[in-house]
Write a protein that binds this ligand. Structure first.
Ligand SMILES: [Zn+2]
Length: 266
């Protein structure tokens, strides 16, 4: 549903319809596509996994068009209350998110909707207030951006690897089959895919933490880990997306952990 910064590359963005319930709303750049769809039954409720514009961009549209009730984490609600500023690359790729009123959902909430029980799980790390929606009786997990791919090699400045590892540990213990990802739907084998991503993240964290203990700079760490900076991506996103941010996320966590550790000899 969205274009990338390179005209030849399309970035898929998914929204899901379950009866009159919609999970995520797609980017506002895809509004024309949404208008052409026959929405049967009419969406009565929209759940948002997180505030990012490719997931929340049409929340206001559903609210206006169908009077759909909108639901999300309080942090998502705060972001959407006024709308939020985007970097140029985000605007080109996805379009903005208009202000929209959200009803709050919290970790541990559950609700029945058209005969299915939905459980709300807070899974921070990719974005503050990120939620997943678990439907045990169907074996579904609506996972927003918790999966996307097994190996994520670039990273937004605001992401936190240690938190994502904790969130993935929680999700990979659930019993389900279909991983309804916001960019890469996987109808089967969801927990195994999340475990593979978890293994990769643990490998990345371990090696970056080793580089930190060796006193390497972030640049040296990238080389030490056998990675390569994506200079074009970094440039096009005004340094919002890069390999260095992923390493930095580990460095920041390790710095905090080192400060909390009692010094030896005491
Ligand atoms: Zn996102």
């Amino acid at each position: 549903m969205a274009r990338s910064l390179l005209p030849s590359v399309q970035i898929p963005v998914c929204l899901y319809q379950v009866g009159s319930l919609i999970v995520d709303s797609g980017p506002s750049n895809a509004r024309r596509f949404l208008r052409k769809q026959t929405w049967t039954p009419a969406p009565r409720a929209v759940l948002l996994t997180h505030f990012h514009e490719d997931h929340s961009g049409n929340a206001a549209f559903f609210h206006r068009q169908f009077q759909s009730a909108l639901y999300g984490h309080p942090f998502t609600a705060t972001k959407l209350k006024t709308g939020f500023r985007l970097l140029p690359y985000e605007k080109i790729m996805f379009g903005g998110a208009e202000p929209a009123p959200l009803v709050h959902l919290h970790h541990g909430d559950s609700f029945e909707y058209e005969g299915r029980l939905f459980e709300v799980l807070e899974t921070p790390g990719h974005a503050e207030g990120h939620l997943c929606f678990y439907v045990p009786q169907e074996g579904w997990l609506f996972s927003g951006d918790m999966y996307v791919a097994e190996r994520i090699k670039i990273w937004r400045r605001s992401e936190n690897l240690a938190l994502q590892i904790e969130s993935l540990e929680m999700l990979s213990r659930l019993s389900f089959d279909a991983l309804w990802c916001g960019h890469n739907p996987q109808p089967k084998g969801g927990p195994e895919l999340l475990k593979k991503k978890l293994e990769y993240f643990r490998w990345f964290y371990g090696l970056a933490a080793e580089a930190f203990r060796k006193g390497l700079s972030e640049k040296e760490a990238i080389r030490f880990m056998g990675l390569r900076e994506r200079h074009l991506v970094k440039l096009l996103t005004f340094n919002d997306v890069s390999v260095a941010h992923m390493v930095r996320s580990v460095y920041e966590t390790e710095r905090k952990r080192a400060a909390l550790r009692p010094s030896s000899g005491l």
